[in-house]
Every structure is written in C-alpha cells, then in structure tokens.
Design a protein around this ligand. Structure first.
Ligand SMILES: Nc1ncnc2c1ncn2[C@@H]1O[C@H](COP(=O)(O)OP(=O)(O)O)[C@@H](O)[C@H]1O
Ligand SMILES: [Mg+2]
Length: 238
C-alpha cells in the first residue's frame, strides 16, 4: 500500500457569500504535502493563501472537495474533533506574534498545555524546554514589552511547538521583522523542520524567505498557478 500524504487537498474549493456576490477564494485545488516537507505558499494579496491555511489548520472546511489529514477527511469530523486535531497535531505562528500582553514568556508557552489540563510543574518543565529550543533560555520571566520583535516571534514559535505538533503553519511569520531578524527566524524554522521533523507550511510574499523552503507553490485567483521544488543556495542549507 502506498502511504497517504500527510496533508492532501482533493479538488478543494471555498466560496464565500452566494448568488451574484459569490467569491470563489479557492477553485478546485489539488495539493499533496508529504511528511517532513518545508513548503512555502506565495501569491498576490487576495489569491487564497490564508483561506488555504485556515483549511489546512482545521479552522475552516472546504465548500466542496476534500481535505485529508493523514488520510482522515477533516470535513467529516465534528467541531470538537477538529479542535482536538488542531490542539494535538498543529502549531500556529502569525505575523503579529499574538502573545498575551503583560504575561511572561513561559506563561504564554504554557497556554496550549493548560488547555490540555496538564499539571503546573509538568507544564512549566515542557515550556522551559521549548523556550530553550528557540534560544530563549533565561528569558522565561520576560513579558512581551521586554522582548524584541524577533524574541517575541521565538516565544510564539515555542508556544507552537510545546505540544510537539506534526505540522507548523506560519502565515507571514517574518512580515513584521527586519531582514536580519527574519533570517534568524527562518534558520530556527529550518532547524525545527530538519531536526524535529516538523512539517512546515509557511505563507510569505518575500522570495528571500520562500528560499528557505524545499518546495514553493504559488496561488493566483484561487488557482494553483505553479508548484516547484526549490533548489537552495548553500548558505541556506547550513
Ligand atoms: N470571511 C470571508 N468572507 C468573504 N470573503 C472572504 C473571506 N475571507 C476571504 N475572503 C475573500 O477570499 C479571497 C481570498 O482571500 P485570502 O485567502 O485572505 O487571500 P490572501 O491570504 O492570499 O490574501 C479574497 O477575495 C477575499 O476577499
Ligand atoms: Mg492572507
């Protein structure tokens, strides 16, 4: 038996509204994403990137077609099952970091474990370890206001990986960062992909950021316009 891809879109369409006002955000997308892949999604504003990410992240379901997560059709799960899938299998990173203000780094990272009902000491142990993995050992008690943008995004990545997800979904993770800090964040995401085997799916509009991925797909008007492997420069492989 051929193993199924980790994530698969089969003729996925997504429409908003109805009648003459219908917007077709995604139009019959076929896309297979293998385990441990690092995929970049590019395309102009309004081309359907975030819509695709919302479906990949089980926050939304297709209007037609099927989204399969490890062979399971997500559209057939109820809301509670989708929430569990999200909490156990997926990590999210956003452009704006989305940390709780006036809350320490470690408390932010512990949050997904609170939702799991994990006891305090175990939670803190895992959150501390995740902060160490993103290079923030010793900053556990700093609040967002006491951290740079790059450090805040590292906290957000620690929060995303503390549950040991199979997939990390990142929508413009370097959009609010300067070039050098953006490169540092990409080096971290590359390491998580290579060393932890996390499948990474990232939206970006910057070629320099997409260059870290091993595959680049491009959306135009809700269609998959191109899909190509990315040949990396030596500096990105290091
Ligand atoms: N909740 C929504 N209601 C109505 N239209 C939406 C909604 N979300 C997205 N759209 C529309 O769907 C299209 C794709 O949007 P989106 O996926 O956000 O694109 P991108 O992330 O590539 O900028 C756009 O035309 C957008 O206006
Ligand atoms: Mg978007």
């Amino acid at each position: 038996m051929i193993p199924s891809p980790l994530l698969e879109f089969r003729q996925v369409s997504k429409t908003y509204g109805d009648g003459a006002a219908t917007i077709r955000a995604l139009d019959r997308i076929d896309l297979s994403i293998e385990r441990h892949q690092f995929l970049a999604i590019m395309g102009p504003s309004g081309s359907g990137k975030s819509t695709a990410m919302n479906i990949l992240g089980c926050l939304d379901v297709p209007s037609s077609g099927a989204y399969l997560f490890d062979g399971v059709e997500v559209g057939n799960l109820d809301r509670g099952q989708r929430t569990l899938l999200r909490r156990h299998m997926l990590g999210f990173v956003f452009q704006g970091f989305n940390l709780l203000a006036r809350t320490s780094a470690i408390e932010n990272v512990e949050l997904p474990l609170v939702y799991r009902g994990m006891a305090g000491p175990e939670r803190r142990r895992l959150a501390k370890r995740a902060l160490g993995m993103v290079g923030l050992a010793g900053r556990e008690d700093h609040t967002s206001a006491q951290l740079s943008g790059g450090q805040q995004q590292r906290v957000a990545i620690a929060r995303a990986i503390v549950t040991e997800p199979k997939v990390l979904l990142a929508d413009e993770p370097t959009g609010n960062l300067d070039t050098r800090t953006g490169d540092e964040i990409m080096a971290l995401m590359t390491a998580l992909n290579r060393e932890q085997g996390i499948t990474v799916i990232m939206v970006t509009h910057e070629d320099e950021i997409a260059a870290y991925a091993d595959r680049i797909v491009r959306f135009v008007d809700g269609h998959l316009d191109s899909d190509r492997p990315n040949v990396k420069e030596a500096s990105h492989v290091l």
